[in-house]
Design a binder for this molecule. Structure first.
Ligand code: IPE
Ligand code: IPE
Ligand code: MG
Length: 249
């Protein structure tokens, strides 16, 4: 490397929130002649590296897509293998997260998870709830459509109970009913493994996110790859519908 990638990052223009679609674990394992779960295991390592790198940069929110609603249709062995890895990752990482000020939250249809895993998740959420350096949001059994539909249901309930009226429903109110209530929308969404799709991730929240797609498979994604994504993000002009001239003012 001729110039350090880290030096090319403008620390004053970092995103507050970076979201990741962690894709390519299976292909990574297959290339090595290993079973898919081997790739998922290595993927956990990348998550740790991202949390460290984001924490060092001062990025406040990191969301990872760990398991989608659609992923429930994978072979049962893979599903239970992933759930086992999640459970182990909580055990292995809780002390580190306490040390590094990481607050964990989970978004998704957690009712579908096993009781022991739900209990463990509840424990890690409670244990880390007063940490305030980095918010680590895990999308688990998550889908963007689920999130929007759930929000709509809750809004309908609050209308019926008289807590709000239909006239109150606007762009300020609606996101307060989403699973990400209180969290700013991701300025940057990174997807690994060469797929250029959203796969039912944060559909409402990604409305104006900068999207970064890379061919690198998730287990091979390093902090240098994150720096590249951040540099790409910083070289974009976020116009939000305006003209370039208006934005430059
Ligand atoms: C992403 O890797 C992890 C999950 C979806 C749980 P994949 O398992 O989708 O890996 P590929 O896409 O098959 O390579
Ligand atoms: C998206 O990856 C979900 C997660 C990363 C958890 P997939 O590999 O399941 O996505 P598709 O189905 O190929 O779009
Ligand atoms: Mg995939």
């Amino acid at each position: 490397m001729t110039m350090n990638l880290l030096d090319k990052i403008d620390r004053t223009k970092l995103p507050q929130h970076v979201a990741f679609i962690m894709d390519g674990n299976g292909r990574w394992a297959k290339k090595l002649g290993q079973i898919r779960l081997f790739g998922h295991k290595r993927g956990v390592k990348t998550v740790k590296e991202m949390l460290t790198a984001a924490g060092n940069l001062g990025i406040r929110y990191v969301t990872v897509y760990a398991f989608s609603t659609e992923n429930w249709s994978r072979p049962i062995d893979e599903v239970s293998g992933i759930m086992g890895l999640l459970s182990n990752a909580i055990d292995d990482e809780i002390d580190n997260m306490m040390k590094n000020g990481v607050r964990v939250s989970v978004i998704g249809e957690v009712e579908r998870l096993s009781d022991p895993l739900r209990k463990k998740i509840a424990y890690v959420i409670d244990r880390t709830k007063n940490n305030n350096k980095l918010d680590f949001i895990v999308a688990l059994s998550y889908s963007g459509r689920w999130d929007i539909v759930e929000a709509s249901r809750k809004i309908a309930e609050d209308c019926i109970s008289g807590k709000i009226s239909p006239d109150d429903i606007n762009y300020d109110l609606f996101p307060k009913y989403l699973s990400t209530a209180g969290v700013p929308d991701p300025e940057l969404m990174i997807r690994t493994s060469g797929e250029s799709r959203i796969s039912n991730f944060l559909l409402y929240q990604l409305a104006y996110s900068e999207l970064y797609f890379t061919d690198v498979l998730w287990p091979d994604f390093t902090k240098e790859e994150l720096y590249k994504a951040l540099i790409s993000y910083q070289n974009r002009e976020r116009r939000f519908g305006k003209t370039s001239e208006q934005v430059k003012k």
